[in-house]
Design a protein around this ligand. Structure first.
Ligand SMILES: Cc1cc2nc3c(=O)[nH]c(=O)nc-3n(C[C@H](O)[C@H](O)[C@H](O)COP(=O)(O)O)c2cc1C
Length: 151
C-alpha cells in the first residue's frame, strides 16, 4: 500500500482554544489508531494540515475531516505518493501560523489559490526542521501533543 501525503487548507468556523483542543485530541486518537502522522497549522483565518500514511486511511480521514462543520472551504492543495514521512514522530503536531507564512491579508486575497506546490511543501519542511514552539502543545510530546507514532 503506497504512502500518501496530503495537504489541505480550510477556513476555521467557530475557532477558539477549546475547539482546537477538541480537534487535536480527536485527531491524535484516530491518527494513532490509523498510522497517520502530520502537522496542523492553525490561525483564526486558516487551517493548513498535512496528513501522511496509508493511502486508504488518509483518504478516509480526509472524508471525515471534509464533512466536519468546524471549518469550511476545504481545498486539497497536494495529494502525492511519497516514500518517507515528514512528521514520523507526530500523530498530529500542532503549530501556530508563523510570521514567515502567508499573512491574514494574503490569505484573504486568495494567496493559497495562487501558490505553488513547492511553496506549500516548503512551509511543512520548515516546520519539520524546527523544534515545536516552547509552551505550545506541540512542545510537550508526553502531554496532549504527544502520541508519537511507532513507525
Ligand atoms: C481542522 C481539523 C483537523 C482534523 N484533523 C483530523 C485528523 O488528523 N484525523 C482525524 O481522524 N480527524 C481529524 N479531524 C476530526 C474529523 O473531522 C472528525 O471529526 C473525526 O475524524 C471523527 O472521528 P470519529 O469518527 O472517531 O468520531 C479534524 C477536524 C478538523 C476541523
Amino acid at each position: 500500500m503506497p504512502l500518501k501525503q496530503l495537504v489541505y487548507a480550510s477556513r476555521p468556523f467557530g475557532y477558539d482554544d477549546l475547539a482546537l483542543r477538541g480537534i487535536l485530541a480527536m485527531a491524535r486518537r484516530n491518527n494513532e489508531r490509523d498510522g497517520i502522522t502530520g502537522a496542523l497549522v492553525c490561525r483564526e483565518d486558516l487551517y493548513l494540515q498535512l496528513l501522511e500514511g496509508r493511502q486508504d486511511r488518509v483518504e478516509a480521514a480526509l472524508k471525515r475531516i471534509a464533512a466536519d462543520d468546524r471549518h469550511t472551504e476545504l481545498k486539497v492543495l497536494i495529494s502525492d505518493d511519497v516514500t518517507e514521512r515528514l512528521f514520523p514522530g507526530w500523530a498530529m503536531r500542532h503549530d501556530p501560523a508563523r510570521s514567515w507564512m502567508w499573512s491574514p491579508a494574503a490569505i484573504a486575497a486568495g494567496a493559497l489559490d495562487r501558490c505553488s506546490r513547492a511553496d506549500v511543501l516548503d512551509v511543512f519542511h520548515r516546520i519539520a526542521a524546527e523544534p515545536a514552539e516552547p509552551g505550545s502543545a506541540a512542545a510537550d510530546p508526553k502531554g496532549m501533543a504527544g502520541c508519537p507514532h511507532p513507525d
